[in-house]
Design a protein around this ligand. Structure first.
Ligand code: DC
Length: 229
């Protein structure tokens, strides 16, 4: 798949709860490359800067961000993202850190830092890169782009299942409301709002399972199902 002109980069964008992380992991496994979970990078940076990050000056934030280094190891679903050599802690998955990450993601110095870090990882590794602005902003020249979407009800229900699987408390109404707030902010922010790239294949995952979505993605990549997933 690598044309020799550069690294293989496949982008997978969309809001939370559409199955991005699962599908990016499965696709990366099939292709034998790393998955880059850029949501985890935003969450990890927000967690590292702390709950008061929105009260800091831009200079304070930029200098704290300069001390952060993300690295990738492994491939597929087993890809490990590290921050300054350490795995990211499970608490980055809480909706509190998600909202803080979404707030931080509106700031120019945070987006500039993340874009540079993500592009540097894309120079070192073949990637399936998942997030909000992979196809439009970070890897605009990627030859294969996907945008996943699903109804708000399905997304909230999936989020509840994920939280339960992690042993975290999960109230459907509360999670649906937090997702709605985060969605509005991610879709309407001035800088790199969530939107599909013009050349992305848009897939609604509301009514189809992971295997069917993966088949559609592999077909678009010209890989065929191959029976290996
Ligand atoms: O995908 P996630 O829910 O883990 O992402 C957490 C937040 O990070 C999301 O609400 C917005 C921000 N984010 C972003 O702005 N750009 C990305 N490429 C990935 C995440």
């Amino acid at each position: 798949m690598n044309s020799g002109k550069g690294r293989l980069i496949v982008t997978v964008d969309g809001p939370s709860g559409v199955g991005k992380t699962t599908l990016a992991g499965r696709l990366a496994k099939h292709l034998g490359v790393a998955r880059l979970d850029t949501g985890a990078m935003y969450r990890g940076a927000a967690w590292a800067l702390g709950a008061r990050l929105m009260e800091m000056t831009s200079e304070q934030r930029a200098s704290r961000l300069a001390g952060l280094r993300f690295d990738l190891r492994g491939a597929g679903e087993d890809t490990q993202l590290t921050l300054n050599g350490e795995p990211l802690p499970p608490e980055i998955r809480s909706e509190t850190v998600g909202l803080l990450a979404s707030d931080a993601a509106t700031l120019p110095e945070v987006r500039a830092f993340q874009k540079a870090a993500q592009q540097a990882l894309g120079r070192e590794h073949d990637l399936v890169a998942e997030g909000r602005d992979m196809g439009v902003n970070v890897f605009p020249h990627a030859p294969h782009k996907f945008f996943l979407d699903a109804s708000p009800e399905v997304r909230a229900a999936r989020r509840v299942d994920q939280f339960k699987a992690m042993g975290l408390p999960a109230d459907l109404e509360e999670i649906a409301e937090q997702m709605r707030r985060r969605d509005v902010q991610d879709r309407t922010r001035a800088l790199d709002p969530l939107r599909p790239a013009v050349d992305a294949l848009i897939i609604d995952t509301s009514l189809i399972g992971v295997d069917a979505v993966l088949s559609a993605m592999l077909a678009a990549l010209g890989e065929g199902a191959g029976g290996s997933y």
